[in-house]
Design a protein around this ligand. Sequence first.
Ligand code: GTP
Ligand code: SPV
Ligand code: MN
Length: 590
Amino acid sequence: MTNNKSVLSWIEEMKELVTPDNVVWVDGSAEQLAAFKAQAVSTGEMIKLNEELLPDCYLHRTRPNDVARVEARTFICCRKEEDCGPTNHWMEPQAAYKMLFDIARGSYKGRTMYVIPYSMGPIGSPLAQIGYEVTDSLYVVLNMSIMTRVGAKVEEVLGDSENWIKGLHCSCDIDPEKRYITQFPEDNYIISVNSAYGGNVLLGKKCFALRIASYLGKNNEWMAEHMLILGIENPEGETKYVTGAFPSACGKTNLAMLIPPKSYLDAGYKVRTVGDDIAWMRKGPDGRLWAINPENGFFGVAPGTNNKSNPNALASTRKGTIFTNVALNLDTNTVWWEGLDKNPPENAIDWTGEPWNGKTSDIKGAHPNSRFTAPAVNCPCISDKFNDVSGVPISAIIFGGRRATTTPLVYQSRNWNNGVFVGSIMASETTAAATGAVGQLRHDPMAMLPFCGYHMGDYFKHWCEMGEILGDKAPKIFNVNWFRLDEEGNFMWPGFGDNFRVLEWILKRCEGKAEALETPIGYVPRPEDINLEGLDMDIETLKKILVVDKERWTAETEEIANYYKIFGDKLPKELSDELEGLKARLAAAE
Ligand code: GTP
Ligand code: SPV
Ligand code: MN
């Protein structure tokens, strides 16, 4: 426990508000964690899985109405409504505090208040930030203990500083009508009530590391992004790092842990994972952009994860992992989800807690947004720079979405501002990671639509400013799309490990060693520039997914012009100029 006055006085305030029966300070020790797990098992909050097959692993089920982020109930509570912007929901801070404190008041009665001191980023990194989360959920405590660095060491580093983020979580009745996920960027404050689903309640993750941190970054020349970070080691032993921003459930975890095709492995290429969801980046002493992963674990999508699609992710979940909303195999006391293997259990319990026969049932055993919370140290390909306080230097930034048409497999932007434009016009089909319809195309600039803690127009401006700060040392910016469909609705690109073929072209472009065609949208590889060795794919299909279709892109520019209107005079001139440039190049094209 700390002597920090600002911490102690806030904890007192919280105690008076939520009136717990007792208070437990999370110290991060193995003994305390073991006791928490035993307690969660004794109350049924978690189910202990087969200790031989899945040592120290647990299953948890949330309420069926509480399985994903709720964007409609997520609010940015800044003083001026105009600072929140058209893509966020706003609540006036004083009114919000009152309403939320009314919901929170007395809600820990008969319960324990857990106080979690945590660090986002390696403890002691100049890029790391400290938070306190108060919660009445052991599930939250145990997940935070995997996803962040928790405990006494964090408090030592904080000392008596007032520079930390407040987070209050109250489970209440898990009432969806009273569910609110709120961030107060000007007060470094987060309040989340009536949910127990990861993205809504692991307050270090989206609430702090993206919404609050993006605001902090804007004011202090750094960036908090919804990005994976990976290292690619070439046969000469040099490692280059790239980041990638794809919307929720669009392939960050998969790309971050990919295994290159055999010919590359034989040649000596290796991929190393630094992060799978969030990157904090700032200019380093050498002028380049350096990134850290503020997290300490992976909160990954379970369905579709298997030994072929992502063996590294699967291996990461074999010990010390919490599974949420997957099926329970009663014969083996292990877990199962759609796409794990072709052998669903017959004697099982589905994610809602009902008996389930995977061979005969036509309902799903696992929720489409079921997740694993796995320690990063479990990952067979974790980078040796994972805990490096300086982070890693970034050579390329990759944007990407889920687009059945229009966007080619890969293209390179013309320069930094054009790259910011490419990020700003991202559109992607919605997924089960948030509540609401799935498969609907929507704009999701830089994959930050649900996560930007301030006005998206100011965010675009911040990106342009970072380009000025970095100058000619700025990473090159690319866009990818693994999700092009043919007429029958099949993916045209094999994806997963074969995405390495695209990464190779990207890195070569950064070094000036690969050819490309200049098109109106940017530089696209010629079909022969992508290595298809060992892949059962004909060059005609590749040609099709590299095409930049003038008519579709002309229609797209009209769509973008329309979308840009919502930003009003907050749209940076750099981006309206880029749009005009694209229109002109399309008009001049054959
Ligand atoms: P969040 O954790 O929600 O931010 O998601 P994420 O971006 O890390 O997504 P993840 O890597 O877990 O991918 C989610 C879904 O995309 C899974 O259903 C994958 O099977 C699918 N996916 C990932 N990579 C590819 C790919 O290269 N091709 C295809 N077709 N599907 C992919
Ligand atoms: C996402 O939805 O982008 C996630 C999962 O990474 S959550 O933590 O729920 O936000
Ligand atoms: Mn995410």
